[in-house]
Design a protein around this ligand. Structure first.
Ligand code: AOF
Ligand code: ZN
Length: 351
């Protein structure tokens, strides 16, 4: 009798575990997306599970609960190294041992120092462990979470919407609507993926944005990111960002590193930097932007504020040249002109 499933069965199970992990349809901040499949020695599926959000069972625990006694002698195929800690739940490594699982195949090594070490715990208990199967796919699934955990600060996406000449507002300060409706809808999709929307006090004082995530009918979604205003000056309480449609807070600092450290303490993993130009320059200058999403509209203004304030660049050789990872044309809705969306990583190119 074979004791472990074939490589083909484990590979297919990992693909299934990745699909299960993605079931929630979006990130589960502050937790990662994780899936687990339990296989019998002959390669048939015994049970499956996936994580549904902070405080709910981890993927392994969900699969073990579904398997009951049938977990004995099984192989657990899981997208993330089983955790070794007692956080809100867990620890999964011990739960797998207690259930009699004899082999564990995982994809991504857990980058979370608080939870890592599951593989060693399992091996010490006599469980066969293999890591790295489809690890790149697993990491890609939790790209933002993984980067944030590794950096021990939230991942920062800077979103900007500009005219053809790189301006975010006209000379009198008006900015509605430079981007097309299609671009604004796409930006709301982006907002829904993050767990913080960050703006400066100046933006709140002048533009008074509400900063909620809304659907195509302009209705607020159920899950709203935290709205954060950063800066030292006092703001009137009647600003829309402080209304009761979503949580909000003011961070009384101008230092991007200090703001991110505070948001990290609040377990925030993904910050969407929404403006304005001074805040964008401060984050770029501090090297604290991980991704740029730019919406460019075929609109000419000729004057008005640019998307980013002075970066101290005076000669072309010093220009910031982000690497473009994606370009998309957003066709116009109801006769509007198309807009372009660029996704970029702000590394300085050496050549
Ligand atoms: C998850 N889901 O399926 C697995 C996780 O404090 P907790 O209990 O929410 O644990 C969170 C950590 O546990 C997480 O950062 C990751 O390192 C590890 N594994 N987490 O949310 C899961 N397997
Ligand atoms: Zn766990």
């Amino acid at each position: 009798m074979t004791e472990a499933p074939s490589f083909t069965a484990e590979y297919a199970a990992m693909q299934r575990a990745l699909a299960l992990a993605a079931t929630p349809g979006g990130p589960l901040h502050p937790n990662p997306l994780v899936g687990c499949v339990l296989l019998a020695p002959d390669g048939t599926v015994v049970a499956e599970g996936y994580h549904r959000g902070a405080g709910t069972p981890h993927a392994e625990a969900a699969a073990l609960a579904a398997a009951g006694d049938r977990a004995r002698g099984a192989t657990a195929v899981v997208t993330l190294e089983p955790c070794n800690h007692t956080g809100r739940t867990g620890p999964c490594a011990q739960a797998l041992v207690a259930a009699g699982v004899r082999r564990v195949v995982f994809a991504q090594t857990d980058p979370n120092p608080a939870a890592a070490g599951g593989a060693a715990t399992l091996r010490a208990a006599g469980v066969e462990v293999e890591g790295g199967l489809l690890a790149d796919d697993a990491r890609a699934l939790n790209r933002v979470w993984s980067t944030a955990i590794e950096l021990q600060r939230p991942f920062v996406t800077w979103k900007l919407a500009t005219s053809l000449d790189g301006r975010s507002a006209a000379a009198d300060g008006t900015s509605r609507w430079i981007s097309s409706r299609a671009a604004r809808l796409d930006a709301h999709r982006l907002r829904a993926l993050c767990d913080v929307m960050l703006v400066g006090t100046h933006t709140v004082a002048v533009d008074d944005p509400e900063l909620t995530v809304r659907d195509e009918h302009d209705r607020p979604l159920e899950r709203q990111p935290l709205r954060v205003v950063m800066g030292e000056r006092d703001l009137p309480e009647d600003r829309r960002v402080f209304n009761d449609r979503a949580p909000s807070l003011q961070l009384r600092t101008r230092d991007p590193g200090a703001a991110l450290a505070e948001l990290w303490r609040h377990e925030k993993r993904h910050v969407l930097l929404e403006g304005g130009p001074t805040l964008a320059a401060a984050f770029l200058g501090a090297g604290l932007v991980d991704e740029i999403v730019a919406y460019v509209a075929p609109v000419l203004l000729g004057s008005g504020a640019g998307a980013v304030a002075d970066l101290g660049i005076t000669t072309i050789a010093d220009a910031v040249r982000p690497e473009v990872t994606d370009v998309m044309v957003l066709p116009g809705i109801d006769g509007e002109e198309p807009n372009v969306r660029l996704v970029m990583t702000p590394h300085r190119k050496q050549d």
